[in-house]
Ligand binder design. Structure first.
Ligand SMILES: C[S@@+](CC[C@H](N)C(=O)[O-])C[C@H]1O[C@@H](n2cnc3c(N)ncnc32)[C@H](O)[C@@H]1O
Length: 212
């Protein structure tokens, strides 16, 4: 009898926690904003589907290239791309939060990567000239920025003709953006969809800037 009551209470508590969690996630989703630095612990957990090796596979970084990483966070992907660009290439790791960039810098220098250039800036106004990058990638970033069309148009501007844009997203990130949504928006900004790995719940997709 007591055991049944305890199970019922635990069930009700679990339900409440779930509803509160969903309400919090919905609120966050409606108000895009950068992932708080206090939540950085989540960024360092191993990730299914959007793995470092899959990102590298779709990004196809080559020695000597300049690659822009938007929203590098704690640098989860930075080092593995930086290694593939040696010799002569650079990852330009951009984030709007200084403390996130400091984590990227600490992590990559601990691993001996010297070809990472951290830059604090907002992706909506990229501090780079036109046609400068061979490739760009952003994982779990697009949903945090209110004006996504602007982000895609900026990325199109700074990529060279033939340049690759690689986008990764994974549920249950409250800011998750579906591949179909990015596909539509990216094509409106002049990108061409090329390939993807994963499912509708988590994927890495590649878009190309057509050669003029
Ligand atoms: C969820 S984290 C993902 C970090 C990293 N890409 C990863 O997958 O581990 C999103 C990152 O994007 C950055 N970000 C959000 N809005 C941004 C903006 N407008 N311009 C540049 N970076 C932004 C945040 O500061 C945060 O570090």
């Amino acid at each position: 009898m007591i055991a049944r009551r305890t199970v019922r209470r635990l069930g009700a508590l679990g339900g409440l926690v779930l509803v509160a969690g969903l309400a919090y996630a919905l609120r966050w989703r409606k108000n895009p904003s950068p992932c708080p630095y206090s939540q950085r612990v989540w960024l360092d957990l191993p990730r299914p589907v959007i793995t470092r090796s899959r990102l590298r596979e779709l990004l196809a970084p080559r020695p000597g290239e300049d690659v822009l990483e938007v929203g590098s966070g704690t640098g989860y992907y930075t080092d593995s791309v930086a290694q593939a660009l040696e010799p002569g290439g650079t990852v330009h790791a951009l984030d709007v939060q200084r403390r996130m960039l400091e984590r990227t810098r600490a992590r990559t220098s601990a691993r001996g990567s010297r070809n990472v250039a951290p830059v604090q800036a907002d992706v909506r106004t990229l501090p780079y000239p036109d046609d400068g990058f061979d490739a760009a990638h952003l994982v779990a970033v697009l949903g945090e920025v209110p004006d996504r069309e602007r982000v895609l148009s900026e990325l199109h501007r700074v990529l060279k003709p033939g340049g690759r844009l690689v986008v990764g997203e994974l549920l249950p990130d409250p800011h998750f953006v579906a591949l179909e949504t990015i596909h539509r928006r990216a094509e409106r900004q002049g990108f061409r969809f090329d390939d993807y790995v994963g499912t509708r719940f988590g994927y890495i997709g590649r878009f190309l800037v057509p050669v003029r």
